[in-house]
Design a protein around this ligand. Structure first.
Ligand code: ADP
Ligand code: ASP
Ligand code: MG
Length: 403
């Protein structure tokens, strides 16, 4: 078998843990498998590097950020390869560039355009264990790019897809996918299986256990994806096609995203094309707009509220302010003290009353809902951040997910 094993920050958090990872990889190889390893930076390392940059600038250039942030993964990839060599393996460390991971030009949130697999294929053929620095690629201009926070998951899935690996294992600090973040709700239950679509919703809605784009790619390329812990041999969670899951539960999980900010636009000129102008400008700047609410117009003006990830707030502010300067919007304001809680489940498609239960749970806990959005398989609510944990636990109880 060809197995891709990805180890997250906590799993390579210190030298002993890197040694443990080496033993696990070594055992997998000795069982007769080909192994490609993808590693994250040591836990806290990427944030530390971000902090260094922020010491000098509140909005450092994205190209330099990529050069800086990609350093963390180089450290762990080289150390793990050295540890494996010391155990007698023919191991080789590769940067994203060497591994053939080619991305677009979007620094700090680059998309993988293709993987040139020859270098990795040849190394695997000659019996080498490859250790790839996750989270990074190279653009056509030869500059290093990074794939967005948590992007080592995407590196692993993309490599598994490109090399047609039999299995892609994501090793992390929890033993699989739970009904909600087990650090918020200790009663959360581990799932044996979850569908790509539900996992994609959970990940997109804040469950950082898997980066959302990695799930999207796993679905597209049909990658056999398993999430498990690097601290024991406990079995993990299989992320798979919906038809492989016998009975879809009504609700599979609750997600929390603290990383959201709300932008309020007051006195927006009520003319055809204004929303298109504002949101096209935001899209061109790669600002990820999520929920949008527009109120009824009064006296030729209206109010529009929308949410963006906190990381996109700076760019969004610049654009919105320019509309204020042009007189198209009277005033704008920002609120970072919000969060989004979401209920996810494919079983919702065929059941009524799932949303009503979410709203009454908020009511019982005296939590005011600021914004709501729904799709076939999810309900999301924006609430004040101080109620985040209360809301998650309340919803987990209400849908009886501990059972
Ligand atoms: P890594 O560094 O290995 O990539 P992450 O910190 O990115 O790990 O993701 C693992 C974390 O995701 C867990 O420690 C847990 O707190 C969080 N998490 C959020 N939602 C869930 C969930 N539904 N199931 C499991 N873990 C979750
Ligand atoms: N080190 C990167 C981050 O912290 C990528 C990853 O861990 O997946 O976001
Ligand atoms: Mg992660």
């Amino acid at each position: 078998m060809l197995i891709v094993q990805k180890f997250g920050g906590t799993s390579v958090g210190d030298l002993d843990r890197i040694g443990n990872v080496a033993s696990r990889v070594s055992a997998t190889k000795k069982e007769g498998n080909d192994v490609i390893v993808v590693v994250s930076a040591m836990s806290g390392e990427t944030n530390k590097l971000v902090g260094y940059a922020e010491h000098f600038s509140s909005h450092p250039a994205a190209a330099e950020m990529d050069m800086l942030l990609s350093a963390g993964e180089r450290v762990t990839a080289s150390l793990l390869a050295i540890a494996l060599q010391e155990m007698g393996h023919d191991a080789t460390a590769m940067t994203g560039r060497k591994a053939g991971i080619v991305t677009d030009v979007n620094h700090t949130k680059a998309r993988i355009e293709r993987i040139d697999p020859e270098v990795m294929q040849n190394a695997v053929k000659s019996g080498k264990i490859i250790v790839v620095a996750g989270f990074q690629g190279v653009n056509e201009a030869g500059d290093v790019t990074t794939l967005g926070r948590g992007g080592s998951d995407l590196s692993a899935v993309a490599i598994a897809g490109a090399l047609k690996a039999d299995l892609c294992e994501i090793y992390t600090d929890v033993s699989g996918i739970y009904t909600t973040d087990p650090r918020i709700e200790p009663k959360a239950k581990k799932l044996d299986k979850i569908s790509y679509d539900e996992m994609l919703e959970l990940a997109s809605l804040g469950a950082k256990v898997l980066q959302n784009r990695s799930v999207e790619m796993a679905k597209k390329l049909n990658v056999n994806l398993v999430t498990r812990t690097s601290f024991s041999n406990e079995e993990g969670t299989l992320i798979t096609k919906e038809e492989n899951i016998m009975e879809a539960p009504l609700v599979s999980g609750i997600a929390l995203d603290r990383n959201q900010a709300r932008i309020s636009l007051m006195g927006v000129k009520d003319r055809p094309g204004i929303a298109s102008d504002i949101f096209n400008r935001l899209a061109t700047a790669e600002v990820n707009v999520d929920m949008i609410i527009q109120n009824k117009a009064h006296d030729g003006a209206t109010n529009i509220d929308f949410t963006v990830p906190v990381g996109d707030l700076f760019d969004a502010k610049e654009i919105v302010d320019s509309f204020v300067q042009d007189g198209e919007i009277k005033a704008d304001s920002y609120n970072e003290e919000i969060c989004k809680v979401s209920v996810v489940g494919v079983g919702m498609r065929s059941h009524a009353g799932v949303a009503a239960k979410a709203f009454s749970t908020m009511a019982e806990n005296n939590i005011n809902i600021n914004m709501i959005s729904t799709s076939e398989i999810k309900i999301s609510m924006v609430i004040d951040e101080k109620y985040a944990e209360l809301a998650v636990r309340g919803l987990h109880d209400a849908y009886e997910l501990e059972k």
